[in-house]
Write a protein that binds this ligand. Structure first.
Ligand code: ADP
Ligand code: MG
Length: 741
């Protein structure tokens, strides 16, 4: 009678369906059935809430329990009004004690005697070691009184569906309940009631996955899983349902990616066969070093793909300092030699400016077209950033639109509509994790009609395999594992400041020594000033600000050294000036925030002290550390924290100090963080809709799903079952919404 694609309001009535759409975006039967329970009540307690201490103030929770104490009391009298009563009930024998308080409760006192079993739901507050729900919504499940009572919303559902209220309530006469992600307006039991109604009339759900695949992976049918996840009464059955639905998520995600990849394969790329007499050759002759074997191999792959008629889609990952930039420049020059333009997107102004400077330097006369001394085949490099004056921007845009500039480097400013290319052939995205899929697509759309530019994304944050297969599943991957020869190792240590206060003094002394030897140093703070929002949730003492640190060091332990100050609130020009001075060795110690996190390259810097290092994530620390150890001198990285050695943060810092292996750290990072947080990609919206699939646990599932989708897509690209599974991962209006936000 009902199928997955039916509109929900046709099945359960508009009145019940409307709040589900409003609060959860649930529109179809499928949407509702995939609003999976968060946990299950089991007799008296809700599973997963054993550790009630973990609940956070303000969190919306649902309990199922029995009233063990009911204490009525008088509310404070209001002038001219009858005195009202309140009712405080205690639930079960939990530790900490949980109470619920109802105001103006005269009518409830008889309805909620000791022994009543009820489900109740509201926001948590802590008060004197008890956990309180203030005026929660509730639903009586079993009572010694004869009449059942329920909150208003359930009655509305009953009325709307034409069912009698009692018939609806009969559905609650069971020991086990699914507990749904809910809100104050749509309670868990409202959702449960709707799910029951839908499941009662749902036709057998057609199978989306091939029989053989189900057998191989020992999976329940879609029909059994979708019913079981809501109504199964044992843990074993629920687990079976969850296993199957985990595959649904993996398959849906992979189907979307495979479709995207195949779509791109059929598009036309800008073919650019390597020329022996152009800028590529010119630059290779000018390089002051030999390319490593790894660089050579990657370059050969890129060069071949650029020459092809299909757009390249490739990610290049390599440790900080592994020499990715050189590769990207040679690849871009191959495009320029063939008459195309290239755009390089960088996450910060500092990095964009640095790329432009080092490219200009390494290309010399090859980048000086139209200037005195410019080489014959020369091109021009343009830089476009948000902090340039309107006049500067206009001038750069002209150079880009007329095609004079062969390589354009920029920040987000490049994405603006006003930027038009003469003949865009390649997009390079540096430090990919700062940009979403939508942003690279927007830049790619600036090519001539019918042409999809080649794409190279580069990241120094090593990417765990599962992430590469999901978030970047539409890209091929190349990896640079070796660092250029002659690099010196970085020693890392953790300083637990509260246990060893003098160690920090030694750190400053070490900086003084290094500077005497002619080296330079970074000191990093997690925020600019008090008004600056902390990067992570507050824990422990407030972090030192970069401004306070700068003053303290200048007048204290680093007095006499030349200190520079750098943070995100300086203007583009000021940042440039500071960076140039540091690069030129006119500044000994750069006191800064994470503006220097990515890509900044000053080989003479050999010491880094990170203050309040616990405020930074694992990948971020690894990135920061990559700013040193880039030259021929040994380097030292000190991670200072005021949290104790035994704390979770302390353990994390020791792990970072213990290895330079970015892949090991990436895995650790993945295990620690919430999935949606991975590499900051929660913004892309895709991972937000994963309920069961875990990137840290389900590599096998992801691999199986990928294989299935690749095989099936070739034969049957319009498979309806697959499209249904993929729908939640390719929803476009979510992306647009995020871009507006
Ligand atoms: P990444 O972007 O991968 O972090 P860069 O491209 O910034 O690394 O390279 C780091 C430094 O190493 C730069 O100063 C670069 O000129 C230098 N470099 C790159 N390749 C080589 C090589 N093959 N031999 C020696 N130095 C190199
Ligand atoms: Mg780089």
């Amino acid at each position: 009678m009902a199928t997955l694609t039916d509109r929900l309001d046709f099945v359960i009535g508009r009145k019940s369906a409307a709040p589900l759409e409003e609060h959860f975006g649930i529109r179809t039967v499928n949407d509702l059935l995939r609003h999976y329970p968060r946990k299950y009540s089991d007799g008296m307690s809700v599973r997963g809430e054993g550790e009630t201490l973990d609940l956070e103030e303000g969190e919306h929770v649902t309990f199922v329990d029995v009233i063990t104490k009911a204490e009525p009391g008088q509310m404070r009298p209001q002038p001219g009004k009858r005195t009202r009563q309140y009712l405080r009930v205690t639930l079960g024998d939990r530790k900490p004690v949980i109470t619920a308080t109802f105001f103006n409760a005269d009518w409830m006192i008889k309805q909620l005697p000791v022994g009543t079993r009820l489900m109740l739901s509201g926001e948590v507050k802590y008060f004197r070691n008890t956990l309180q729900l203030s005026h929660p919504a509730f639903l009586v499940l079993e009572t010694s009184a004869t009449r059942k009572i329920a909150t208003k919303s359930l009655k509305t559902i009953a009325d709307a569906s034409g069912a009698s209220g009692d018939a609806l309530l009969a559905q609650f006469e069971r020991q086990f309940f699914p507990i749904y992600p809910a809100s104050a307006k749509v309670q868990s039991w409202d959702i449960y009631a709707c799910v029951r109604q839908v499941l009662d009339v749902l036709d057998p759900v057609p199978e989306t996955l091939p029989e053989s695949f189900l057998r191989e992976n020992d999976l329940l049918s879609e029909d059994a899983a979708l019913r079981g996840i809501h109504l199964a009464e044992t843990d074993v059955q629920r687990e079976r349902a969850r296993e199957r639905l985990t595959f649904d998520e993996a398959v849906g995600l992979q189907w979307g990616l495979v479709a995207r990849r195949y779509g791109e394969l059929t598009e036309a790329g800008p073919p650019a066969p390597l020329r022996e007499d152009g800028l590529v050759t010119g630059m290779r002759e000018r390089l002051p070093f030999e390319l490593t074997d790894g660089q050579r191999e990657v370059l050969a792959v890129l060069s071949e793909e650029l020459a092809g008629t299909r757009p390249m889609n490739r990610m290049l990952q390599g440790e900080v300092g592994s020499g990715k930039t050189v590769i990207s420049v040679l690849a871009m020059l191959q495009m320029v030699d063939a008459g195309y333009q290239c755009a390089m997107l960088a996450p910060t102004e500092v990095l964009a400016a640095q790329h432009e400077r080092s490219m200009r330097q390494i290309l010399g006369p090859l980048a000086a077209a139209g200037e005195l001394g410019g080489a014959e085949s020369a091109t021009r490099i343009a830089l476009l950033t948000g902090s340039m004056t309107p006049q500067q921007k206009r001038q750069v845009r002209d150079e880009v639109a007329t095609g004079q500039a062969g390589i354009v480097i920029g920040t987000h400013a490049l994405l603006q509509d006003a930027v038009e290319f003469h003949n865009l052939g390649m997009v390079v995205v540096d430090e990919q994790h700062r940009f979403g899929v939508e942003q690279r697509d927007r830049l790619r759309a600036k090519a001539r009609g019918g042409v999809t530019p080649h794409l190279l994304v580069m990241t120094a944050t090593p990417i765990p395999r599962t992430v590469a297969l999901t978030i970047y599943g539409d890209l091929e991957t190349s990896t640079l594992r070796e660092l250029p020869r002659g690099r010196q190792p970085i020693t890392s240590n953790t300083i637990f400041v509260s246990q060893h206060p003098t160690w920090l003094d030694r750190a400053w002394a070490r900086i003084v020594e290094e500077v005497r030897e002619g080296r330079q140093a970074y000191v990093v703070a997690s925020r600019i000033d008090e008004s600056d929002k902390p990067q992570k949730e507050e824990q422990g003492p407030p972090p030192v600000t970069v401004l306070a640190l700068y003053d303290r060091l200048r007048s204290g332990p680093l007095a006499g050294l030349r200190l520079g100050l750098m943070h995100g609130r300086l203007s583009g020009e000021e940042k440039d000036a500071v960076m140039s001075a540091f690069r030129a060795g006119e500044i000994d110690v750069l006191v800064c925030t994470t503006v220097i996190e990515v890509g900044v390259d000053v080989p003479n810097a050999t010491v880094m002290v990170v203050m309040d290092a616990d405020r930074f994530g694992i990948s971020q620390l690894h990135q920061l550390r990559g700013r040193i150890g880039r030259g021929s001198h040994p380097s030292l990285c000190l991670l200072a924290t005021r949290l104790p050695e035994g704390s979770k943060a302390g353990t994390r810092l020791k792990a970072v100090a213990g290895t330079l292996d970015g892949f090991a750290l990436a895995d650790l990072d993945l295990r620690e963080r919430r999935e949606g947080d991975v590499l900051g990609l929660h913004q892309s919206g895709t991972l937000g809709s994963l309920r069961f699939l875990s990137l840290s646990e389900h590599l096998e599932v992801i691999l199986a799903a990928r294989e299935l989708c690749e095989g099936l897509y070739e034969k049957d690209p319009h498979n309806r079952g697959m499209a249904l599974l993929a729908a939640q991962f390719v929803e476009t209006d979510r992306v647009e919404y995020l871009e507006k936000a």
